[in-house]
Design a protein around this ligand. Structure first.
Ligand code: COA
Length: 154
């Protein structure tokens, strides 16, 4: 891990991240790449209020050098696996290698939770993300509708 990567950390997803996420997920490119549906402010706040009671879902803010830059998490958590999802919302931090650091942090959380594998879904047009996942040991499992499913044993 480089010095740069050690400055990236998972932190509590708090109202600051909630507000930033509104902007990040309404950016047309991020919205498409993360296959995010339309949502309203009210729906977003209702979703946030429901987070504490979810047992199969974990969410973190991504902080880089003290600055909130994105969000990631694990969903559909079973006794053995979970689906990773994530995005860097601040685009100036794309393409500098932080994606691998995010995956390492998430895989470490998944291992701590006793999971054996992590899977994800990605649109085939998201070349940057697919390169990142392949480089980090994720392999194609199948195609579900418009989404490519990839998985890694951890
Ligand atoms: C996907 C994401 C997490 C990747 O993280 P990142 O730190 O930007 O990725 P990296 O810098 O490690 O780059 C990953 C690979 O894509 C390549 N890449 C960078 N920009 C690219 C571009 N415009 N087109 C194609 N490949 C590109 C990089 O060269 C690297 O491959 P390499 O290591 O073989 O050279 C981040 O870009 C992001 O959050 N994007 C928006 C939301 C998103 O797509 N989320 C994932 C949904 S499944």
């Amino acid at each position: 891990m480089t010095t740069k990567d050690t400055s990236l950390s998972l932190v509590a997803y708090d109202p600051t991240f909630l507000e930033l996420s509104w902007n990040w997920l309404n950016d047309s490119e991020i919205k498409k790449m993360t296959h995010t549906p339309d949502f309203t402010r009210d729906e977003q706040h209702a979703w946030f209020a429901g987070l504490a009671s979810k047992t199969d879902y974990k969410i973190w803010g991504l902080q880089y050098n003290g600055k909130p830059i994105g969000v990631c998490g694990l969903k559909k958590i079973t006794g053995t696996d979970a689906e990773y999802w994530g995005y860097i919302g601040e685009k100036q931090y794309w393409g500098i290698g932080l994606g691998s650091a995010i995956l390492q942090l998430i895989e470490s959380e998944a291992a701590k939770a006793g999971l054996y594998s992590v899977w994800l879904s990605v649109i085939p047009e998201n070349i940057r993300a697919i390169r990142l996942y392949r480089k980090n040991g994720y392999t194609e499992e199948n195609q579900q509708g418009d989404l490519l499913i990839m998985r890694k044993r951890i």
